[in-house]
Every structure is written in structure tokens, then in C-alpha cells.
Design a protein around this ligand. Structure first.
Ligand code: GLA
Length: 400
């Protein structure tokens, strides 16, 4: 956080929650970008996300009256609740995520006496960069520290996912919360979502930059379409079981097994959904190998293929993401580009040669604007660390 932002947040926090500075703790959770492996985390597959350096800061002061107060600088909206009455309320918007986390943590045995929470984010919201997972995980991590629960990061990320599934009502997989919890600077996280084993693979960006481009198209009906894709995958798994009864997850189906399964299926839509899961699973493994071998060109080609599969087979891209990805592909310095996250709007991620960065952005802006009528936004990001406490470094620079 730069000094100007820190000053702004510190001032807002002192107004929101007056009291001695030594009681204040500060935590940070990053957003995430998924490099490849989309819509596989609820199919037991590998995913390959990375944590960003942009994210959400939480300034928190403990209370003892079992009251929780939430304030967000981004929404300028304050919410108060009692620990005994944590309920989802549409009007509470962002505050439903931390409320949901407190609700699941209480069920898991955490005792928490209340706090003032102030969130400040430099992540675009509703852009598919997991600002909700960052809100959840930073809350879980802070509450765990403040209440001395000693839960592991793995337990915390699972509780964060549970909050989103059960309290907010979005049936997301584990990728986002896991990446926010386990991200590591300059590494991409190869996560096997069936058993949560993972490997952090060096992601060097000396000559190549990770460029996130926002369609600036607000995702609509994304939750219902997301849930629809999930149930379609369940139907495909039923078809798989008629030939391979022992397969546990759709992502375990190999390309040759799939040929046989697909030849017996009648529903073209389901065939396309299944084909995406099977081919994308093979692409993630290939991408991880390419990265291990520093073959960034191959990695880029796999990203492009992933986008095509999400466009043609999984049908979660749409006009805006397609316009952005294809503009990127024609732009100078582009090694590969694809949509990232759930889709239906949000962002693309591209690998771009550092020296071509300015011309890349200029070109993509022009082409995208011509096609859809307005401008994209760009975020050039490094790969950062997962959730952590930053009280000391913030207090060293605390402006009061
Ligand atoms: C969203 C969900 C994730 C994952 C992606 C698609 O980000 O929260 O769990 O399913 O979509 O890969």
C-alpha cells in the first residue's frame, strides 16, 4: 500500500473506530488470477492460479461486546451485526462475506468477541479476480489470529469456501480461496482440487509480464449460469459412469476414454461441456510442464487453446471476453491470452513481452473499443504472496 493510500485508510479507520493505535492489527489478502485450468475445481481437476500483488487490506480492532462492525472504503457502506444474529442480507452487500466467515467459524468452534473491521481494496470488484475470496480469507485469517483458534490455513480456506457456498449461496469450487491462502510471490500454484495437494512452480516474469485486462462488462446472471455448468458436469459424469463406473471425477477421464464416452452420448451440449473438462485437464498438466521447462511460448499456446475451448465448448466467454482475447492475440508482444475466472464478463489474462507492453495496451484498447464501444482497463501485476499479517510494516509508517 502506498503512503497516500495508507494515510487515507488510517484516517478513515480512526474515524470509524477511535482508540489507541496499538490495538489495531492489519492483514492483507491478494486477489488471484487463474493462468489455466478453468472450471475444473468442481470436477476434481488441476488448476493453476497465482496470487496477485493487488488485494484487500483489513484494519481490525477487537471488541468485547460481541458486536461486529464492517466498513469498506470501496463501497462506503457500514454494517453492524451481533455475533448471535449473523444473517445474509442482500442490502449488506460486501459485508455478507465476512459475516458468512464468522458464521462458519463459530460453527467450527471459534470463540470471537467482536471487532471493528475496515476493508480497503485496490482490486476491481466484480471483475473475476476473486475479491470475494480475498474478503473471506482475510477475515478468516484475522479472526483466527485474534481469537487464538490456531486453525491451519487449509482449514481457514475451506471455511471461507463454505461461507460462500452456504451463507452467500454461490456454489464455487476451492480454487479462489486456496490461491488467496497459499499463493507465493513469483510462483504459480498447481493445485490438485480432488485432494488439495499442491506444488508452487517458479513463475519468472523478467522478460514477460502478466497483463490482466478488464472487459469492464459487469457479469450478469453469472451465478445461475455457473451453477448450471456445475450440474451439466454432474450429468456428464453419469454418462461416464455407464462405461467407466469407477471414475471419481470428470477431470480423471482421459482423452481416449472420452472418445468412447462421447460416442454414446446424445446431448450435444453435454458432449461439449465434457470435452472442455477433459481437454482442459490435459492442458493444465502440459502448461505446468512447459513452465518447469521455461517454455513460455508453449504456455502461451495452451492459454489460447484454453480460451477457444471455453468459448466453443464450455460457452462461458461471450462477446466482450472474446473481443478482448482476440485483440490481445493480434497485438504486438502477446505470447498467449485467455479469459480468467468464471467467465461471462470480467477479465482476460495475457502473457506479454515486457518491451512491448505499451504498444500491446495501445493496440488492444483501439481494437476493443472499435468492436464493443468502450475501453478496457489494464492491470500489470506481479505474482504476490498469499494472506498474511502486515501490522508491523503498516504501524512503522502509521501517519498519526
Ligand atoms: C470462479 C469460482 C472458482 C472456479 C472458477 C472457474 O472463480 O469461484 O471456484 O470454479 O470460477 O474456474
Amino acid at each position: 500500500m502506498n503512503d497516500q493510500l495508507l494515510k487515507q485508510v488510517a484516517e478513515a479507520f480512526t474515524t470509524f473506530s477511535p482508540g489507541p493505535a496499538h490495538q489495531v492489527r492489519v492483514f492483507f489478502a491478494p486477489g488471484r488470477v487463474n493462468l489455466i485450468g478453468e472450471h475444473l475445481d468442481y470436477n476434481g481437476g488441476y488448476v493453476f492460479p497465482a496470487a496477485l500483488t493487488q488485494g484487500i487490506w483489513l484494519f481490525i480492532r477487537p471488541r468485547t461486546d460481541r458486536i461486529v462492525r464492517f466498513h469498506s472504503l470501496n463501497f462506503d457502506h457500514e454494517v453492524t451485526a451481533h455475533m448471535e444474529h449473523l444473517q445474509y442480507q442482500e442490502d449488506d452487500r460486501y459485508a455478507n462475506y465476512p459475516k458468512g466467515v464468522l458464521w462458519v467459524m463459530r460453527q467450527a468452534g471459534a470463540t470471537f468477541e467482536g471487532a471493528d473491521f475496515l476493508f480497503a481494496s485496490n482490486l476491481p470488484s466484480q471483475a473475476g479476480l476473486s475479491s470475494s475470496a480475498a474478503l473471506e480469507v482475510v477475515t478468516a485469517f484475522a479472526v483466527n489470529r485474534l481469537s487464538h483458534c490456531e486453525m491451519s490455513i487449509k482449514q481457514l480456506v475451506l471455511l471461507a469456501q463454505q461461507a460462500e457456498n452456504q451463507f452467500v449461496g454461490v456454489k464455487c469450487g476451492i480454487m479462489d480461496q486456496f490461491a488467496v491462502g497459499f499463493g507465493k510471490a513469483h510462483h504459480a500454484l498447481l493445485l490438485q482440487t480432488a485432494d488439495l495437494s499442491y506444488e508452487q512452480i517458479p513463475f519468472k516474469t523478467d522478460h514477460v509480464q502478466l497483463v490482466i485486462a478488464n472487459t469492464n462488462f459487469r457479469r450478469e446472471l453469472s451465478d445461475s449460469k455457473y451453477n448450471e455448468r456445475r450440474s451439466q458436469c454432474e450429468e456428464v459424469l453419469v454418462a461416464v459412469h455407464s462405461i467407466y463406473p469407477d471414475v471419481l471425477h470428470l477431470a480423471n477421464v482421459t482423452e481416449s476414454m472420452w472418445e468412447e464416452v462421447a460416442s454414446h452420448m446424445k446431448d450435444d451440449t453435454l458432449v461439449k461441456r465434457g470435452r472442455h473438462v477433459v481437454t482442459e485437464s490435459a492442458r493444465v498438466i502440459a502448461a505446468a510442464n512447459a513452465l518447469r521447462q521455461h517454455d513460455i511460448e508453449r504456455f502461451g499456446t495452451l492459454m489460447n487453446e484454453s480460451h477457444q475451448s471455453l468459448r466453443d465448448d464450455y460457452e462461458v466467454t461471450g462477446k466482450y471476453l472474446d473481443a478482448l482475447a482476440s485483440a490481445a492475440n493480434e497485438a504486438p508482444g502477446c505470447i498467449g491470452s485467455r479469459m480468467t475466472g468464471a467467465g461471462f464478463g470480467g477479465c482476460t489474462v495475457s502473457l506479454v513481452q515486457t518491451q512491448e507492453l505499451a504498444s500491446f495496451e495501445r493496440f488492444v484498447t483501439q481494437v476493443y473499443q472499435r468492436k464493443v464501444g468502450y475501453q478496457p482497463s489494464f492491470y500489470v501485476s506481479d505474482v504476490g504472496d498469499g494472506v498474511h499479517e502486515v501490522t508491523e510494516e503498516v504501524m512503522d509508517r502509521w501517519p498519526f
